[in-house]
Design a protein around this ligand. Structure first.
Ligand code: ADP
Length: 401
């Protein structure tokens, strides 16, 4: 069973081809600069590579190119698209409409497109990619859509409502949705397996820390609260996103700078976070290097992040009335011992004690960092959203056979 996983952004189309017999990656790549030029980079599991500048006026041309690269030339891995059994798409916003993975129909695509108001950068691009995929693929190849928000649809209203007039929830669907759901679902299940305990009995705080970061309280396998909100801007400080800020500071800054709403959005999404506070970079490694070299603002940004993570771990432990495990994933969570160490420092009151030496050594591998006498287990759990999307797609196809 071969499944193609597609992750379409506004100007990019990432893909991965997986052999689901052993869940191995066959090939992966990225078409980017869609609409402003075009470029494809592609590599196979056995080390073959293809790279080229192209013309990608829309997602359709990008999709046609990836079909060509997968099926012809030196880095091809299949003879024709007929060898692909199904396609799974990552979709950012499913709102309250989609609480699980579904098969793609014309109505599903239209609905995803309609939700674009809630995810302007992503949902329209997803709809374009879905339509492109439908045009290019043989008609009998099923497609599934997996939503970033779906895992969080189990949150109770007390967690997802804002203290704004209720009418705006009813009319405009203003509420917390949460994101990175595919990752939180994948890593929490992988953690339960590693702990050799049923997921349905565990209280987990899942910290997905990357360019975008979110922390989720996973109780008995379900998301009960999460840090990202109406959009992926809320919660902890990120690469270029500000995270939680007093809303009055936003209107104040808008007035001071004379910003329009979209300029303010750019300021909060692209100019804030690590970049805005440190003035050095949006990248955790650069900020960390600058902090070690004595840069005060970089030191501030780094400690702001670990302090905020600590507060959410404590808050979510209180929300769940207990905590069995904390897990770290994402580019920062899997690789940065400094961030993990900072977030777990002085947390022994909560039953968290980690092996500092093991923490320093651990990069990107499933590892238990907590000491034997730590009441709460602490783990690094590598995420693999593409694999979960492929698994979901496969399960849905088998159900509908
Ligand atoms: P995205 O949210 O775009 O998927 P990633 O999950 O790839 O991002 O995370 C990117 C972040 O991970 C960057 O801030 C980067 O500095 C950080 N990172 C990656 N590798 C390391 C490493 N070895 N040490 C510290 N930080 C790392």
């Amino acid at each position: 069973m071969i499944i193609l996983v597609v992750n379409a952004g506004s100007s990019s189309l990432k893909y991965q081809l997986l052999n689901m017999d052993d869940e191995s990656m066959i090939a992966k790549g990225n078409c980017d600069r869609i609409g402003i030029g075009g470029h494809i980079s592609h590599k196979t599991a056995d080390g073959r590579k293809f790279e080229a500048d192209c013309e990608f006026p829309t997602h359709t041309e990008a999709f046609e190119k990836l079909v060509e690269v997968l099926t012809t030339g030196d880095a091809s891995v299949i003879k024709s698209m007929n060898e692909i059994d199904a396609v799974g798409h990552r979709i950012v916003q499913g709102a309250e409409v989609f609480s699980k993975t579904v098969l793609v129909t014309d109505e599903v695509i239209d609905k995803i497109d309609e939700l674009r108001e809630l995810a302007p950068v992503h949902n329209h691009a997803h709809a374009l990619a879905l339509r492109a995929c439908k045009n290019v693929l043989p008609a009998n190849v099923p497609q599934a859509v997996v939503f970033d928000t779906a895992f969080h649809q189990t949150m109770p209203p007390k967690a997802y409502m804002f203290g704004l007039p209720y009418e705006d929830y009813e009319q405009y669907h203003v509420r917390k949705y949460g994101f990175h759901g595919t990752s939180h679902r994948f890593v929490s299940a992988a953690l339960a397996k590693a702990m050799n305990r049923p997921l349905e009995e565990l209280k987990i705080v899942s910290c997905h820390l990357g360019n975008g970061s979110s922390i989720t309280a996973v109780e008995n396998g379900k998301s009960v609260d999460t840090t990202m909100g109406f959009t992926p801007l809320d919660g902890v400080l990120m690469g270029t996103r500000c995270g939680a800020v007093d809303p009055s500071a936003i209107t104040f800054v808008m007035e001071k700078h004379g910003f329009t709403p979209s300029e303010m959005s750019e300021y909060m999404n692209k100019k804030s976070g690590f970049l805005g506070v440190s003035g050095v970079s949006s990248d955790n490694r650069d900020v960390n290097d600058a902090a070690v070299a004595g840069n005060k603002r970089a030191q501030l940004a780094a400690t702001m992040l670990t302090y905020q993570i600590k507060k959410y771990i404590g808050g979510f432990a209180a929300a769940m009335n207990g905590l069995d495990a904390v897990l770290f994933t994402g580019g920062i969570g899997e690789n940065s011992w400094e961030v993990r160490g900072g977030a777990c420092k002085d947390m022994d009151f909560l039953g968290i004690k980690i092996d500092d030496e093991l923490n320093r050594k651990t990069r990107g591998t499933l590892t238990k960092l907590s000491l034997p006498d730590s009441k709460v287990e602490v783990w690094v759990v590598p995420t693999n959203e593409e694999l979960l999307i492929a698994r979901d797609t496969l399960a849905l196809i088998n159900q509908n056979k």
